[in-house]
Design a protein around this ligand. Structure first.
Ligand code: NAP
Ligand code: ZN
Ligand code: ZN
Length: 348
């Protein structure tokens, strides 16, 4: 089968509602796999980009970088996958493959810039279109294997929400004896709680309110605090080893940094549209680290999928038909998501 035009949902222009359309897919090349997409998660990054919140995007835009599906065709040189395999694609579909970062398995930090799954130009200069679609053609080296133990629907969000929280938790050694806080219990946050708990850390959720407390404790949190309550910041002062913030809006960083122990680290994965301010004394006192982290490399993404299968982890999802994408966007923006919307691509 050679697919050249496929059905998709796209934002035709910045801030415009998404609508059904068709987009081109390249013929299957020597090292490509054609994926019959079954499910695509809705990440808050899709909303930032479809609304031009991070700067000028490429339109029409087909978002979606949490893709799970089945291999439908392979190129003549493909060695890693066969027709019928369960596969995933995350936030990138290519990178230079030659720079130090690519060679180290840190393709997400490729010095030439990785090729985003959507809202990017590929090496031929053609726009990439994401997972809100029926099929996609991806190089086998940027395709992941979804282990048998995880349903494709609950696996889709692991390709971004899972790896984006797994990577900093692993890098900053979340594990037994470590007190880890996850800020924001949304798509990324709920996976952060599950993964940090599975790594053996003592997990605290810092959420705007106690509305989702019961869920948070079921997901694996040991403690749950409302950041709207000023007493939270007094009670937790100087107690945490690691904070991972998944918040999509600017946070008062100084208050959060005050919760760290000496040598503690706060890692920001949330990507707000506006800059934040910082009093540097918040990191000077206590030799604290404030860092950021972006998704994860291909090798690490596979490691994360295998870790999730081993620990029985998938996302908590609400499966929706494609004609509810715009409504789902509004619900994500009002923190009314439990905990990831996933599009059933059969409805596109
Ligand atoms: P999400 O599902 O909307 O979750 C974000 C959570 O942040 C919300 O559920 C809410 O949790 C909290 N929050 C929202 N607005 C807030 C505010 N004004 N003040 C305090 N807390 C607030 O979004 P997501 O898909 O998890 O993505 C989160 C962020 O990570 C986005 O900015 C996204 O672009 C970014 N991201 C970054 C990477 C990366 O590689 N670094 C990868 C993927 C996504 P509570 O209701 O519990 O307070
Ligand atoms: Zn994402
Ligand atoms: Zn590179």
């Amino acid at each position: 089968m050679t697919v050249t035009t496929v059905a998709a949902y796209a934002a035709p222009a910045p801030k415009a509602p998404l609508e059904r359309t068709t987009v081109p897919r390249r013929p299957v090349g020597e090292h490509d796999v054609l994926i019959d997409i079954k499910f695509a998660g809705i990440c808050h990054s899709d909303i930032h980009q479809a609304r031009d919140g991070w700067g000028e995007g490429i339109f029409p835009m087909v978002p979606g970088h949490e893709i799970a599906g089945i291999v439908a065709e392979v190129g003549s040189g493909v060695t890693k996958f066969a027709v019928g395999d369960r596969v995933g694609v995350g936030c990138m579909v290519d990178s230079c493959r030659e720079c130090d970062n690519c060679k180290a398995g840190l393709e997400q930090y490729c010095s030439q810039g990785n090729t985003g799954t959507y809202n990017a130009l590929d090496k031929q200069g053609e726009p990439t279109y994401g997972g809100y679609s029926t099929h996609v053609v991806v190089d086998e080296n940027y395709t992941l294997r979804i282990p048998d133990g995880i349903g494709l629907d609950v696996a889709a969000p692991l390709l971004c929400a899972g790896i984006t929280t797994y990577s900093p938790l692993a890098h900053w050694n979340a594990g037994p004896g470590k007190k880890v806080a996850i800020v924001g219990l949304g798509g990324l946050g709920h996976m952060g709680v599950k993964i940090a708990h599975a790594m053996g850390a003592e997990v605290t959720v810092l959420s705007q309110s106690l509305r989702k407390q019961e869920d948070g404790l079921k997901l694996g949190a040991d403690h749950y605090y409302a950041t709207s309550d000023p007493k939270t910041f007094d009670e937790l002062r100087g107690t945490l080893d690691l904070i991972v913030s998944t918040v999509s809006a600017p946070l008062p960083l100084d208050s959060y940094l005050s919760l760290l122990k000496t040598d503690g680290a706060m890692i920001n994965v949330g990507a707000p549209e506006e800059p934040v301010s910082l009093n540097l004394f918040s990191v000077i006192g206590g030799r604290k680290t404030l860092a950021g982290s972006g998704i994860g490399g291909i090798r690490e993404t596979q490691e994360m999928l295998d870790f999730c299968a081993e620990h029985g982890l998938g996302a908590e999802i609400e499966v929706i038909a494609a004609d509810r994408i715009n409504e789902a966007y509004e619900r994500v923006l009002s923190s009314d998501v439990r905990y990831r919307f996933v599009i059933d691509t059969a409805t596109i």
